[in-house]
Design a protein around this ligand. Structure first.
Ligand code: SF4
Ligand code: SF4
Ligand code: FES
Length: 472
């Protein structure tokens, strides 16, 4: 492999990688703003300029491919002077409002200014100011913090496939906005906040909720479609505040769709069933686990029961059901997976757009099929009771039946006709694996504890198996 020298260290490089990426491999940080590995290179901020031996001018590392034997200096006096000059220039109009900015603590502008900039400013003129712009349901823009890096414009055109962000006016008054200030249209708008290197584009959903340094991060997988984008859950005090993408070039690159990003809200929804329920004296009421299990068992003590299993369950849960619970409690009963209307089998799954989304709106359709589950179309004739086991995301089929028992995550209005509900845990409250449309087995990791009244599926099934009649 060819090598070059960066700050005195010999580095092997893969031809085609730019100097920023090659330097990262040996732990040398080259500061940058306009560069993003998922976008085209425009080399306009000049923060990444480095000195290269035998090249008269500083060169932008983002737009420079190393050559064998090249000698690069990222901290030479000229490179350092440039970093200070660019930092000072970018802060000329910046309001320096880090204490009230949600990006603070994870802001490239803050970090690089601190690390590479000069603590003094010569700016004495009045700063350029704008009012915040509401960009629709997902993003709010604070133009005062913008450094004109154009990442957002390129993200719209190159990734989201929509030219909705533009630069208007010129020079010092260049303004980044949507055309005519219209709301953003893309279903991937949350990524604008991720890629903005300052606090100029922020998620409305997260703004003013929690300082980022309080957040605990759990790497996991999105459950909201069969792609299984890699992401992190950020929580504090057992409350999830946001989900952000985790880089995986083979699955989701650097991105998340908005549906997946904001899917977590149902976990803390006030309407979620978080205590066992049973139909007692004709009315569905909150009760204790013994009564609820007894009601569930009585209801399912039918001539022709059927079992519907959400394709939002993990592989481990599905195996437990298939190999332990169903043979013991419902030997011979038919069982099916369900999850997305019209998507009966993995053959029905496919791209739902040109970016990431899949038609199957649950994470484990492909995994359940591998385990031998068949897709649900209609109940076998004569079915007189149905047990639904669900993670929280699978869309419930319409069932015209009075004997229904639910295990898992439900909203109150979904269970109005049920005979019993045994509340379970969501993808963020358990560990397990799911298989995406590529056949890749990926992991759900427990980020928060479930509400007190909810139990993981293994515990619910064991409680059911071991339940003694009349125990209350
Ligand atoms: S809004 Fe953010 S991403 Fe867009 S140009 Fe300004 S600083 Fe860059
Ligand atoms: S594309 Fe699918 S897996 Fe990815 S974030 Fe969206 S819903 Fe989640
Ligand atoms: S990151 Fe290289 S010029 Fe902006």
């Amino acid at each position: 492999m060819p090598t070059c020298v960066i700050d005195g260290r010999e580095v092997e490089f893969v031809p085609g990688q730019n100097l920023i990426e090659v330097a990262k491999k040996v732990g040398v940080e080259i500061p940058y703003y306009c560069y993003h590995p998922g976008l085209s290179v425009v080399a306009q901020c000049r923060m990444c300029s480095v000195e290269i031996e035998n090249v008269p001018k500083l060169q932008p590392a983002c737009a420079t491919l190393p050559k064998s034997g090249m000698v690069v200096k990222t901290r030479s006096p000229r490179a350092v002077q440039n970093q200070k000059a660019v930092s000072e220039y970018l802060l000329i109009n910046h309001p320096l409002d880090c204490p009230i900015c949600d990006k603070s603590g994870e802001c490239d502008l803050q970090d690089y200014s601190f690390e590479y900039g000069d603590p003094h400013t010569r700016m004495t003129e009045e700063r350029r100011t704008y009012v915040d712009l509401d960009m629709g349901p997902v993003i709010v823009k604070n133009m005062n913090r913008c450094i004109h890096c154009t990442r957002c414009i390129r993200f719209g055109i190159e990734v989201a496939g929509i030219h909705e962000m533009v630069a208007t006016e010129r020079g010092n008054w260049t303004e980044i906005s949507t055309i005519d200030g219209r709301p953003l249209e893309t279903d991937y708008a949350g990524n604008y906040a991720d890629i903005c290197p300052t606090g100029s584009l922020l998620l409305k959903d997260f703004r003013f909720k929690r300082r980022v340094w309080f957040l605990k991060k759990t790497p996991t997988t999105c459950e909201a479609c069969a792609r299984g984008c890699n992401m992190e859950i950020h929580q504090d005090g057992n409350v999830i505040y946001r989900c952000v993408p985790r880089e995986n070039l083979e699955v989701n690159k650097y991105w998340l769709c908005d549906e997946g990003r904001f899917n977590f809200h149902y976990i803390h929804d006030k309407d979620r069933v978080v205590a066992p329920m049973a139909r007692l004296s004709g009315k569905l009421e909150v009760t204790n686990w013994d009564r609820a299990i007894e009601a569930a068992r009585e209801t399912m003590n039918a001539k022709k029961p059927a079992i519907l299993v959400g394709s939002d369950l993990t592989q481990q849960e599905a195996v437990l059901l298939r190999d332990e619970f169903l043979p013991r409690k419902f030997p011979g009963a038919p069982f099916f997976h369900f999850g997305t209307p019209e998507i009966i089998s993995s053959k029905d799954d496919g791209p739902a757009d040109k970016i990431l989304k899949r038609k199957s709106r649950t994470a484990n359709l492909h995994g359940l099929e591998k385990l031998g589950y068949n897709g649900f179309e209609k109940l076998p004739a004569g079915t007189d009771a149905v047990l639904i086991v669900r993670g929280g995301r699978a869309v419930l089929p319409e069932l015209k039946l009075s004997k229904i028992v639910g295990i898992g995550v439900f909203k109150r209005k979904e269970v109005e006709s049920f005979a019993a509900v045994l509340p379970g845990v969501t993808f963020a409250e358990k560990d397990g694996t799911v298989v995406n449309f590529q056949g890749r087995e990926q992991t759900f990791r427990r980020a928060v504890a479930p509400p007190d009244g909810c139990k993981g599926l293994p515990e619910v099934l064991m409680t059911w198996i071991n339940h003694k009649e009349g125990a209350r």
